[in-house]
Design a protein around this ligand. Structure first.
Ligand SMILES: [Zn+2]
Length: 492
């Protein structure tokens, strides 16, 4: 069995402890932020192992480098400064900038950001040659990320250099950058399609001359989590320096791959806000935070200002003219919205039942979607109480049935559900014997009124018909009974 992760464990022995070397949507529903406190222990917490850096990773935020390669991206200096300051406030360990050798504006922007005096270390990303390295160190950066293609594809069709040349140049550049007293990372490009022996011997050589980090890059997004784990783990056994991972998302594995890399001993993960980058981008900052908080909430919360994620994503989304995807971790408009009656009931009792992440850690509220035909009476009760309406449980159930009846006929808005709750309650106060017996919503078409009346007659004709939420109640009750029976050693 693996020992638990020990925060004092050092995976890199080149003078670096791993993870410590450097440093709304328009949808509105029932806000139950103040619901019952969650359990403090995450039942899915992974078992620690001695290689894992899941509890001591660092983020190299590359929105201003990789993100500049996104199809829609064009950041002027003001926008770059705004993004850099936001990332700094968030607590990004490093901010990576486009190579100053790329253009005169890139060089000036790099100098200007270095002068901001941010807490995040500033890196720039250059090709592996002395000309680029000299321009980079002059800008005032804290570190340089050097990259060169090592796959046969890139060696043949891109720069045309052999491995002996790559190794010699890499050592020359590393020694020069180190002589200037700043950090250096050496990375291969397209690492997963490079020859393993070539790759390991190159990394071993640069480790020997004291590189701070070596980088593995899945430049084409071809790697699977298992492949990432295997390569990082192998590399971990060959070098003593830190290991950085850069993962493209072509097959949707970027976040999972980053997690596996950390489990295998990587120390630094490259991210960009919303994952923007070349093609469909890389590991997203928000997505990585979601993954990592589920693994080690204390570490993630102690290092990063998670409540900033939403505003940083909105800032970048606007800058590159995209919407935040509906299924985005954390900030997707329905990331913490619960709809089905059985979910709503359980969430109202204890949010941990259907949430692995506490939205309040990110300054976000959870919502119960109560205006639908899948709603349950617990959600309606919670909503009615928000509206300062108190009724008996039997009345909440009857009111819920009225909302579900209408939701079977047409899509209903939150205002519609609220109007029904109010009208139903007014009928009770007025002493009506059948408070749901009339049309409770004013803004209905003739066709809808007719359909509703037919439905009400139908329901009245079948008195034994039970509402869905009553079935749900039964299911919950049955589950409890079965659980209890099992706990008592009775086979279910
Ligand atoms: Zn990339």
């Amino acid at each position: 069995m693996c020992p638990p992760a020990d925060d004092t464990q050092i995976n890199g022995v080149n003078g670096h402890t791993n993870g410590t070397n450097g440093s709304r949507s328009e949808f509105v529903g029932v806000d139950i932020t103040r619901a019952t406190p969650r359990q403090s222990r995450n039942p899915y917490q992974p078992v620690g192992d001695f290689l894992s850096n899941v509890s001591r990773f660092q983020v190299i935020e590359s929105t201003l480098r990789e993100g500049e390669q996104f199809a829609n991206a064009y950041f002027d200096l003001d926008k770059k400064i705004e993004i850099a300051k936001a990332l700094d406030e968030f607590g990004a360990d490093y901010i990576e900038l486009t190579s100053p050798a790329a253009s005169e504006a890139s060089r000036k922007d790099c100098e200007a950001i270095c002068k901001l005096g941010l807490k995040s270390k500033i890196l720039t990303h250059i090709r592996c040659n002395m000309e680029d390295a000299k321009i980079a160190v002059e800008t005032g950066v804290d570190g340089v990320d050097v990259v060169i293609g090592t796959s046969s594809f890139l060696r043949e069709h891109s720069h045309g250099k052999d491995m002996a040349y790559i190794k010699k140049t890499a050592i020359e550049v590393i020694e020069y950058v180190k002589s200037k007293g700043i950090e250096i990372r050496f990375s291969s490009e397209d690492s997963f399609r490079s020859d393993l022996v070539d790759l390991l011997s190159l990394y071993q050589a640069v480790d020997k001359v004291g590189v701070n980090r070596v980088g593995i890059a899945d430049t084409v997004g071809c790697a699977s989590p298992r492949q990432v784990y295997d390569l990082v783990r192998t590399l971990r056994g060959v070098v003593s320096c830190d290991i950085e991972i850069h993962l493209h998302n072509d097959t949707g594995c970027a976040i999972a791959n980053a997690y596996c890399a950390l489990e295998a001993g990587a120390t630094h993960v490259d991210t960009s806000v919303l994952g923007i980058g070349e093609r469909n981008g890389i590991t997203s900052l928000g997505g990585l935070m979601a993954r990592m908080i589920a693994a080690d909430r204390d570490y993630v919360k102690s290092k990063y200002k998670l409540e900033k994620i939403k505003e940083i994503e909105e800032l970048v989304a606007e800058a590159v003219a995209v919407n935040i995807p509906f299924n985005n971790p954390i900030t997707g408009f329905c990331a913490f919205t619960h709809k089905a009656g059985i979910h709503a009931k359980a969430i109202l009792a204890n949010p941990s039942t259907y949430e692995i992440i506490d939205p309040s850690d990110f300054g976000i509220n959870r919502y119960i979607h109560f205006a639908s035909r899948l709603t349950g009476w617990n959600a309606i009760k919670s909503r009615a109480q928000q509206l300062n309406i108190e009724m008996t449980d039997a009345q909440y159930k009857e009111c819920t049935a009225a909302i579900k009846r209408l939701a079977d006929i047409r899509p209903i808005a939150i205002d519609d559900a609220d109007s029904i709750i109010h009208a139903f309650h007014r009928n009770i106060v007025a002493g009506k014997t059948n408070p749901a017996g009339s049309v409770l919503l004013p803004n209905m078409t003739d066709k809808e009124r007719k359909a509703l009346e037919e439905k009400m007659q139908e329901d009245a004709a079948v008195p034994e018909k039970r509402a869905l939420d009553e079935v749900v109640d039964d299911q919950v009750h049955t589950e409890k009974v079965v659980k209890k029976a099992k706990a008592n050693g009775i086979a279910a």
